[in-house]
Ligand binder design. Structure first.
Ligand SMILES: CC(C)(COP(=O)(O)OP(=O)(O)OC[C@H]1O[C@@H](n2cnc3c(N)ncnc32)[C@H](O)[C@@H]1OP(=O)(O)O)[C@@H](O)C(=O)NCCC(=O)NCCS
Length: 166
């Protein structure tokens, strides 16, 4: 198995059903971070429960990619990527994949875990003939934007928005 150059104890493995609680915790913690950055953000109660299980099921289907990163045997992060009509603006690309979720637990950040997860997804899809990987990120998530910049992602489509009420 490929190891990241800067963290020897890190491994990427397939998702197991018992990882579900970890994925929920991490997803909800990231949502809280997003809400702290932007209190206007609407995250309806029970959102994780409605969204995650079905998204996990999709990722376990054909052409999905769901992996957990472990650092010294401890779950540290996960990535969930899909293919198909997940991003209409990418339809001009014949073979594209989309990162739906990428989360690294706070105490494992800045150790190369996120990079390892993204590079694993890239390698997975590249080997299967895919030619484009994309994702969405909140504009105010400057940490993740710097991360994706370091990973070589550039802007390809912008959502614009404006408040209709003060
Ligand atoms: C974004 C996130 C996945 C990054 O994971 P990570 O494991 O800390 O990233 P890595 O350690 O692999 O960093 C890879 C590179 O990005 C840089 N980077 C990572 N986080 C950064 C930050 N907050 N600010 C600036 N640079 C950052 C690293 O310094 C490293 O740079 P290098 O190429 O010079 O070594 C993680 O911060 C996270 O889970 N955030 C909350 C959830 C989230 O925002 N997900 C993405 C939303 S789409």
């Amino acid at each position: 198995m490929v190891q990241p150059s800067h963290h020897v104890g890190t491994e990427i493995r397939r998702y197991r059903p018992e990882d579900e609680a970890f994925l929920f915790r991490l997803f909800e913690a990231s949502n809280r971070e997003a809400k702290r950055r932007n209190p206007d953000l609407s995250i309806p109660p029970g959102f994780a429960g409605r969204y995650l299980p079905k998204t996990i099921r999709s990722a376990l289907g054909r052409n999905g990619f769901l992996r957990v990163a472990e650092v010294d045997g401890q779950p540290a992060g996960f990535i969930l990527a899909l293919t198909g009509k997940t991003a209409p603006w990418d339809q001009s690309r014949t073979r594209s994949c989309f990162v739906m979720e990428l989360h690294v637990a706070t105490r494992f950040r800045k150790q190369g875990v996120g990079r390892f997860l993204v590079e694993s997804a890239e390698a997975h899809y590249r080997e299967r003939g895919y030619d484009w990987i994309s994702l969405g990120v909140f504009a105010d998530n400057s940490g993740a934007r710097q991360f994706y910049d370091r990973m070589g992602f550039g802007e390809s489509y912008l959502f614009l928005g404006k408040k209709l009420r003060k």
